[in-house]
Design a protein around this ligand. Structure first.
Ligand SMILES: [Zn+2]
Length: 233
């Protein structure tokens, strides 16, 4: 089975927090884990992260991960006019492509109006992973305006569920299985005033949960490839 491990590289738990601990503390731990597990991921990164933390983006690229686009400012595209959306994509693309070729996209909050998909093609994107099987019933891999839309399989907090329940779900994922996490999940946010799904088992437990999920899927034959390679796989 083809699988992709993806990371939405952004500030801490938007829109609730305005800190960046995930970038400073979470990302180095996650990158180390991915290296240890020999998984090349896709890191959907905001333009803002790339401007604030260029060294991090360089280390993502150097480690062989795919650099993807997660919008420029992490504003929701669902609330933008077409001009706004176009400007947001342009700004993010210019910033990110200074580091590496960028052809995969995921919208913040997995909210991307269908009317904007043609903009992705115009800005040079080949893959969009803004839909979620856990959000929209019946959504599947399809092509639209020349863009291959590959939905995320499950929401990020699922990886932190109790292992037995989580593995039952992982065992049933359809290919390509697309997992995603955020850097801030690898920082201990248990005492923050956040929704329970944003904070439970964050920190060390999330790191170990991610490792065990990757190993579980690999033991079942999953091959992890960056999203750009899902199209040809
Ligand atoms: Zn996000």
């Amino acid at each position: 089975m083809i699988a992709s491990f993806t990371v939405d590289v952004e500030q801490d738990c938007p829109p609730y927090l305005s800190t960046w601990r995930g970038i400073g503390e979470g990302m180095p731990r996650l990158l180390r884990l991915l290296d240890e597990e020999d998984v090349r991921a896709t890191c959907f990164t905001t333009g803002e992260v790339a401007r604030r933390y260029p060294d991090l983006v360089q280390s993502i690229v150097r480690a062989g991960h795919e650099l993807g686009c997660h919008g420029d400012t992490h504003r929701s595209f669902a609330e933008m006019a077409a001009d706004d959306a176009d400007g947001e994509l342009r700004a993010a693309s210019v910033t990110l492509r200074a580091f590496a070729p960028v052809t995969s996209f995921r919208a913040p909050y997995l909210r991307f109006p269908a009317r904007f998909v043609e903009l992705l093609g115009r800005h040079g994107y080949a893959i969009d992973s803004s839909e979620g099987r856990h959000k929209t019933a019946g959504v599947r891999v399809h092509r639209s305006h020349g863009v291959l839309r590959i939905p995320a399989s499950i929401t990020s907090s699922t990886l932190r569920w109790p292992e037995t329940v989580r593995n039952l779900l992982l065992a049933r994922l359809r290919q390509p299985a697309v997992l995603f996490v955020h850097p801030w999940e690898f920082v201990d946010l248990r005492r923050e005033r956040l929704r329970i799904d944003c904070r439970f088992r964050t920190g060390d437990a999330a790191l170990e949960a991610t490792r065990s999920a990757l190993r579980f899927l690999k033991a079942r034959g999953a091959q992890f490839v960056p999203m750009k390679d899902c199209a040809v796989a």
